[in-house]
Design a protein around this ligand. Structure first.
Ligand code: PMV
Length: 350
């Protein structure tokens, strides 16, 4: 699938441009393709202190998901009178195009130009499967668009740029296991790798339970976070949880990792459920998966769960146990499909 996606680059990234045209254009206006992976947060980001700049209320920690990817090609074109965004072959209009265009406005302001862009993107994973595609989408777009417009940003500035599209996208820029420091301002709110993808043999078994589109997306959810009386409580000890999680990864202590990952996920969902209006993302089968995985862990199986803004459960397991746990999960009621992902690299040009 991924090979297929990549083979399509040459066909779509040069669409509409012949070789003579290309040689007439300045080098910064050539099409550039980039690939990025979604990530799963072990210590969650929920709530912004600056919604516009997407400055988070707390630092977070995640793992990039190899095997799942977004491939994006950006081409700035002086002949265009507006941005064009093609997703999976479909011309996107309305709020999704506006969000991409606002992001491109920021790229243009950094490059001091007003040239519009043609952006073409596709994911190799299904929409609505409990995988935040906005993270890989804006990480790939940040990398492709910044290069296509002639900016040569380092990893830190790419992460800051990706953050402006979607907070969690900042974490899809660096490699492997990644921490996004909340920072004090736009300048120091960026993500960095704490260990490379091949550091720890974790597997993420994503149990797809329900693919109905979310009633409130994460941007809307962040805006509601502070209406929950539990949000201050969640934030009070998030630094300790992040430290415990970082340390557990670095020393490969699965038991400590599992305890803190589940606690952090439950705290985020407690905030969601007690916000005004409340956000209930789970379906009954979500609880069934959580309960079973907890029971298996008590029996000695190294597996734990985390859930993002949706009903689907990410079951994290040491790779030696992935096949056995996957087989057990497939037997549980409501499990429609299991996607398998490994610790993944950061975003890269193709
Ligand atoms: O980056 P956003 O705005 O899609 O927010 C992501 C929110 C969660 O996925 C629920 C948590 C996280 O840290 O990724």
């Amino acid at each position: 699938m991924i090979g297929l996606l990549r083979n399509q680059i040459s066909s779509y990234s040069n669409r509409g441009i012949n070789h003579n045209e290309l040689s007439m254009k300045s080098p910064e206006f050539q099409p550039i393709s980039a690939v990025a992976h979604p990530n799963i947060a072990f210590i969650k980001y929920w709530g912004n202190r600056d919604q516009e700049l997407r400055l988070p209320l707390n630092s977070s920690l995640s793992m990039n998901l190899s095997g799942l990817e977004t491939l994006t090609t950006a081409r700035f074109d002086p002949a265009l009178d507006h941005d064009i965004f093609i997703l999976s072959g479909e011309n996107v209009v309305g709020p999704a195009l506006e969000r991409v265009s606002r992001f491109l406005d920021h790229v243009r302001s950094l490059a001091n130009t007003n040239v519009y862009a043609h952006v073409e993107s596709q994911n190799n994973f299904p929409a609505g499967a409990g995988i935040a595609s906005s993270a890989s989408a804006f990480a790939a777009l940040a990398m492709a668009a910044s290069h296509a417009i002639g900016l040569n940003l380092d990893e830190k500035d790419l992460s800051r740029l990706a953050r402006r599209g979607s907070g969690s996208a900042s974490r899809s820029i660096p490699n492997g296991f990644v921490e996004w420091q909340a920072g004090t301002s736009d300048a120091d709110s960026f993500a960095f790798s704490i260990s490379p993808a091949d550091y720890w043999d974790l597997v993420d078994l994503i149990c797809v339970l329900d693919t109905t589109p979310k009633f409130v997306g994460s941007t809307g959810g962040h805006a509601l976070a502070s209406s929950s009386p539990l949000q201050p409580l969640r934030l009070a000890h998030v630094k300790d949880r992040l430290e415990q999680c970082r340390k557990a990864i670095l020393v490969k202590d699965f038991e400590s990792f599992a305890q803190v990952v589940e606690e952090d996920s439950h705290l985020m969902h407690a905030v969601m459920r007690t916000s005004n209006p409340p956000l209930h993302y789970w379906v009954p089968e979500t609880e069934i998966v959580l309960w079973n995985v907890l029971t298996w862990r008590k029996e000695g199986v190294p597996a734990c769960c985390t859930v993002d803004a949706g009903p689907n459960v990410h079951v994290l397991v040491l790779s030696d146990y992935a096949a056995a746990v996957g087989a057990r999960l497939a037997e549980l009621p409501g499990v429609q499909k299991i996607l398998k992902a490994y610790p993944g690299p950061g975003a890269s040009l193709v």
